[in-house]
Design a protein around this ligand. Structure first.
Ligand code: NDP
Ligand code: GDR
Length: 362
């Protein structure tokens, strides 16, 4: 039975990858951080209690900033595959915590690669690095592919640039089977609530049921290539299970603006949006009622923005046989259906007199 170790197992991709590998028959180990509130909601359905027979799912406390802890876990687990998904993954937050982001995202990657070396696992353990389309940043070419020059535009992207190259370097220097998946944005019903797609679908569902009046957003003109997270974790496995270690762009090739995402999500609940005003004064109104539903709030602007990202995944298609299965329209539907259900649950509580507390979403 193959053993996989996933850092960032409590995140969106970690949860889907753990499910995927368990289905494939792997023994799955994950690293989670200690937190004052339980942070395992995305993987609770996979939990196996310590005494269960034929156990295949294990969690270890750890942190990407703690070398000795990472070395100990890797020594204990002796994984065939490591998927390094842990990161401070929010681009806007990285401007506020640049040093921590560099520590976790850049040095954290180095710590794992060094652990493989220290433990002499170079010929046993394969290593996947969660690289990102943010590396392309200020766009040099459209669409972006493996050969497009990098130009990172945030502390997050700069940290990930280090992680990208240290992965390549350890492959070339020590012969480790180490690969980068350069993944474009991928979303799902379990996407973090502060990333723009989930922020939109959640807000639209709440507005539809009268639990929220308005949605505040930043740059409506940013364009992204949004795919479905389940398709993307499949690509991670394919990258690590190919005969030759290499780096691959994973993307749909379809590009849409934040504005289009908003329109599509509102239209799904029968609300047509009309845009009035310009720049920071732009508003989205309900065509039928004239009610203001979307406002621009400059607090969500980034000091340096990435205007457009759209990927060319031909290499992954040709070499790995990977293809996305979910279109942009289907993605919006999947996320809207899930958030509408969530809000229906909230309403049940509210209607029975339980106080509903609004979660703080920035
Ligand atoms: P999430 O933000 O949903 O998950 C990040 C995970 O990393 C969480 O499990 C988080 O733990 C964990 N983590 C953060 N800091 C540390 C730390 N110091 N030590 C240990 N664990 C830590 O990200 P996604 O699942 O969306 O993304 C997975 C990876 O892929 C990330 O590296 C991201 O940068 C990268 N990526 C994501 C893309 C996307 O569109 N989703 C696209 C390209 C790359 P906790 O739950 O406790 O916060
Ligand atoms: P991104 O995702 O920065 O691409 O990073 P995010 O959803 O945060 O932003 C996408 C675009 O939307 C614009 N935007 C807003 N973004 C947020 N979060 N909130 C808003 O209110 C808002 N309004 C407009 C942003 O300016 C941006 O242009 C994600 C993360 O998952 C990274 O970890 C990953 O590496 C990249 O995708 C690929």
């Amino acid at each position: 039975m193959k053993k996989a170790l996933i850092t960032g197992i409590t995140g969106q991709d970690g949860a889907y990858l753990a499910e995927y590998l368990l289905e494939k028959g792997y023994e799955v180990h994950g690293i989670k951080r200690r937190s004052s509130l339980i942070n395992t909601q995305r993987i609770d359905h996979l939990y196996e209690e310590p005494h269960c027979e034929n156990r295949r799912f294990y969690l270890h406390y750890g942190d990407m900033t703690d070398s000795t802890n990472l070395i100990r876990i890797i020594q204990e687990v002796q994984p065939d595959e490591i998927y390094n998904l842990a990161a401070q993954s929010h681009v806007k937050v990285s401007f506020e915590s640049p040093e921590y982001t560099a520590n976790a995202d850049a040095l954290g990657t180095l710590r794992l690669l060094e652990a493989i070396r220290i433990l002499k696992l170079e010929s046993k353990t394969r290593f996947y690095q969660a690289s990102t389309s943010e590396l392309f940043g200020k766009v040099q070419e459209i669409p972006q592919k493996e050969t497009t020059p990098f130009y990172p535009r945030s502390p997050y992207a700069v940290a990930k640039l280090y992680a990208y190259w240290i992965t390549v370097n350890y492959r070339e220097a020590y012969g480790i089977f180490a690969c980068n998946g350069i993944l474009f944005n991928h979303e799902s019903p379990i996407r973090g609530e502060t990333f723009v797609t989930r922020k939109i679908t959640r807000a639209v569902a709440r507005i539809r049921y009268g639990l929220q009046d308005k949605l505040y957003l930043g740059n409506l003109d940013a364009k992204r290539d949004w795919g479905y997270a389940k398709d993307y974790v499949r690509a991670m496995w394919m990258i690590l299970n190919h005969e030759v270690p290499d780096d691959y762009v994973i993307a749909t090739g379809e590009v849409h603006s934040v504005r289009e995402f908003v329109e599509k999500a509102f239209s799904y609940v029968g609300i047509e949006i009309e845009w009035i005003g310009k720049g920071i004064y732009e508003k989205g109104i309900d065509k039928n009622t004239g009610k203001v539903l979307i406002e621009v709030d400059p607090r969500y602007f980034r000091p340096t923005e990435v205007d457009i990202l759209v990927g060319d995944a031909s290499k992954a298609r040709e070499v790995l046989g990977w293809q996305p299965t979910v279109s942009f329209d289907e993605l919006v539907q999947i996320m809207m259906d899930s958030d509408l259900k969530e809000v229906e649950k909230e309403l049940l509580f509210k209607n029975r007199g339980y106080i509903y507390q609004q979660t703080y979403i920035e």
